[in-house]
Design a protein around this ligand. Sequence first.
Ligand code: FE
Ligand code: FE
Ligand code: ZN
Length: 289
Amino acid sequence: MFLGCHLSISKGFLSLGREALSLGANTCQFFTRNPRGARGRELRPTDVASFLQLAAAHGFGPMVAHAPYTLNPASQDPRVASLAQDILRDDFRRLALMPGIFYNLHPGCHLGRGAQAGMDKAMELLSQVYPEDGKTVVLLETMAGKGTELGRDFAELAYMLGRFQYPDRIGVCLDTCHVHDAGYDLIEDLEGVLREFDQTIGLARLKVIHLNDSLSPRGARKDRHAKIGQGLIGLSTLARLISHPSLAGRPVVLETPNDPPGFAAEIELIRKTLGLKRAFDPANSSQGA
Ligand code: FE
Ligand code: FE
Ligand code: ZN
């Protein structure tokens, strides 16, 4: 199983890879730039190459880049839309150094203009800025449905996927806190939720799982993440989800409120619960972290 967490790239990519390794992770997620959407740093090709080498040497699964969450590709405001265009173009350009990486994106908010108009706008913009020879796989994240967030149910995601110009370059990231908050019953009806996903979107298009517990009751549309086992979804449901045979091989990324030692403990807890060995055991390696 590929299991990891969200980490910072403030010290560069090699440092990110080493940190992931030291936490027992074998995948990770990072923001492509400051989450509030400021300018992204230029990626240093040698740093990225060292990172990719380290990841390959330790059997890392696919990695996930997360777009800044303030980006709103669904906005009808020309200034907001053009900022989203610039950021997305620049992210695709920089991520070309990491072929095959997943680029996770919140579809945006319609801000009262209606879901249909927002979704059309977002997918038109995304299709425009996606490079023709792009190797990056775009993932739309399942959202909690806070405010006017798009992607609050599987039908909206299916609709948006269908409007992207490069059908084999797009998929979905399932966030457990978000789908629970959006009203899907993971606890009592996991099979039913997965069946609905399969019938609406297709499980083959589910590429990454964001593993988070939730502070809120099902359907609250709040999006407040909890540590694994300390929220209202619970460890056993989350464990059943990530060990479900139909989701095998998907990278699982923790976005829980943790510092790095907290992530290490959580990764350990999940591996123990699932009866898995540590991905990387410093005591049994000559390579060090
Ligand atoms: Fe997200
Ligand atoms: Fe998420
Ligand atoms: Zn969230």
